[in-house]
Design a protein around this ligand. Sequence first.
Ligand code: HEC
Length: 104
Amino acid sequence: MKTIASCLFISAALLTSAGNALASEALAKKHGCLACHAVDKKVLGPAYKDVAAKYKGDAGAAARLEGKIKNGSSGTWGQIPMPANASVPDGDVKALVKWILSIK
Ligand code: HEC
């Protein structure tokens, strides 16, 4: 069952960018990210659009952000820290970062 789910996930990731965005926004919702983030406005955390703009052209950004999402982050955007999201599977963290960095 797990393998089937991963295959489905990979096929979803290979779909058009519109399909991809939907899949990843659903992931963000599923993992509770949207309680503190929105695509185009600051909530508790920065707007994902602003995150994408900040790290535009930064080749190391994806790996760094994956670590921060898993382990938590503080001091980059203001006084409010982001708690660790340790229960989110690595594959989902990667997909979320890819999606966030692709937002324009
Ligand atoms: C409890 C609120 C909260 C939740 C839940 C949350 N975040 Fe955050 N997030 C924040 C805050 C606050 C910051 C700013 C932290 C800082 O200044 O370093 C942040 C920062 C970020 C950043 C930018 C980090 C950087 O170094 O620039 C990313 C990317 C991010 N969050 C993604 C996610 C994802 C993906 C999820 C879901 C798995 C998530 N967040 C869940 C509050 C949250």
